[in-house]
Design a protein around this ligand. Structure first.
Ligand code: NAD
Length: 251
């Protein structure tokens, strides 16, 4: 059974990591996926592997921190399909460091992608999601929106805001047939976490705090996103689903 047959989906930051896994899973479930990324080559290569497998995907170079990129992307999708059934606000980054030394430039970099990008896509994509009449907006929050970790304060602040925005938009968009949910991954093995997880002491400390005793794979998050993207979650909106091996539940 294909759970997203006929749906049009946009995934941001889909050239790598969790976004790439979502694009592959959505396409294999029958969706036509816009694989977008600030890195146009990464988006194109992910798209090629999806279409070579016989599924539907289109590459889109899209920097979520640039208003004109977002407007152009939605115009292209509107011309082709006139609607969007699924949007995943997945693009995100981190600049690590002690909060007291964080420069304005570093804070701006984190905020422009992790929060302003989500705001822009959720706002400017409203018309296309309304045209769907049965749309799902999925925001990538994080366990770091709920818990603190040294050197991640700026990142935590944006992810907490994304979780709050998700709840507010769930209420505001509900009358238009748009569900809005967040995913709160724990530690997933991608380029984003590579450096931290390579440190043996931190690696062990994190595993010891994870009841399922492993780090997540991008596919673990993609399968949770599939639930939100599909009609299986038709009565679910405003959720912030932990995909963290139990880390937020306790030791
Ligand atoms: N990996 C984890 O442990 C983890 C945990 C919780 C939340 N998350 C969140 O999941 C999302 C994906 O993370 P990941 O681990 O796959 O990261 P990643 O670094 O592996 O991939 C991120 C992708 O986003 C793209 N990107 C960066 N800036 C962009 C921009 N301005 N516009 C468009 N694309 C941009 C990158 O080119 C890259 O392809 C992020 O929002 C991240 O904060 C990740």
């Amino acid at each position: 059974m294909t759970r997203l047959e006929g749906k049009i989906a946009l995934v941001t930051g889909a050239g790598a990591g969790i976004g790439g896994a979502m694009a592959r899973v959505f396409a294999s479930e029958g969706a036509h996926v816009y694989v977008s990324d600030v890195n146009g080559e990464a988006a194109a290569s992910e798209t090629a592997s999806i279409t070579e497998a016989g599924h539907k995907a289109e590459a889109l170079r899209l920097d979520v921190s640039k208003g004109q990129d977002v407007v152009a992307a939605f115009r292209q999708i509107e011309d082709a399909h006139g609607r969007l059934d699924v949007i995943v606000n997945n693009a995100g980054l981190n600049v690590r460091g002690d909060f007291r030394h964080m420069s304005d430039a570093d804070w701006t970099t984190i905020r422009e992608v992790n929060l302003d990008g989500v705001v822009r896509i959720a706002r400017d994509g409203f018309g296309l999601m309304k045209a769907s009449g049965n749309a799902s907006l999925i925001n990538l929050a994080s366990i770091m929106g709920h818990r603190g970790l040294r050197q991640l304060a700026g990142y935590s602040a944006t992810k907490g805001a994304v979780a709050a925005l998700t709840r507010a938009l769930a209420v505001e968009y509900a009358p238009y047939g748009i569900r809005v949910n967040a995913l709160a991954p724990g530690f997933i093995e991608t380029a984003l976490t590579e450096r931290v997880l390579r440190n043996p002491l931190i690696n062990k400390a994190l595993i010891d705090q994870t009841p399922l005793r492993r780090f997540g794979e991008p596919e673990d998050v993609a399968r949770a996103a599939l639930f939100f993207a599909s009609d299986d979650s038709g009565f679910v909106t405003g959720a912030d689903l932990a995909v963290d091996g139990g880390m937020s539940a306790g030791l």
